[in-house]
Ligand binder design. Sequence first.
Ligand code: NAP
Length: 252
Amino acid sequence: MKLANKHIFVTGGAKGIGEAIVRDAAAESASVTFIDIDEYAGNRLASELSADGKSVAFFSADVASFDQLKTAFESGVNRFGEVTGVVNNAGVNSHADPVKMTDKEWDDFFAIDMKPVWLTAKLALPAMRKAKAGSIVNICSIHGRLTYPGFFPYGAAKSAVLGLTRNLALDEGRHQIRVNAVSPGYILTELTKTWLSGESGRLERANSIQPLGRMGEPFEVAKVVTFLLSDKSTYVSGSDWAVDGGLGARSA
Ligand code: NAP
């Protein structure tokens, strides 16, 4: 019951790490509003959890659209009351060529991987400031600090998420709002599996460098997110929690 009486808003919650965050928050007694562009997977997850007695609402929305985010956010508030915690999780990879990448591709990418941290803050902060409480968790990446060839400009977006985490943590601390980042390493989701299957030998190489001898599972990220959303972490703010099995400690 770590999240009893909390209302958590999660982006990209239908699959992967976001799904695990939704499941864990609901299991810890939170009311959960989540959005995703995968309407089928979102509705399926919401139906399953609702049938199990959990307070969960799904809305189909694209984080790149402030109007869609706002509509979904307000629908969640109407259903469960003010949002007490936000998880900015929706994200995509980018493997662009810096010469061939167009302005539109650049803008579309940052509209998903960076800007929603600001847009959800715009929506959630007024009630959090009034309540003098709140927790925001931004799903960043090991790429926020150390990146990998062929990921242009993913490392920049994730570094920016870390910067926004620090900005918000410092500015909102006086309102008792905590803002933290969680940086996964290799977590076995569709996003990672697609990338791993993109080149022969990549899976074997990725496995061979893991200090714990394996990649992570989505629930292992969710457990840290739940902690940061909960009142077990009341003096934790402005930090970046690595959930990478030790990979970030490794030199080449
Ligand atoms: P995933 O398996 O692809 O799940 C992400 C979910 O977000 C999908 O349901 C996806 O829908 C949805 N989504 C994508 N774009 C969206 C948009 N514009 N608006 C709303 N929803 C959208 O990804 P994941 O691996 O769980 O990654 C989640 C987060 O963790 C991302 O921010 C990622 O950068 C970060 N991360 C992941 C890893 C890893 O190893 N998996 C490591 C470090 C950081 P579609 O499938 O229909 O696109």
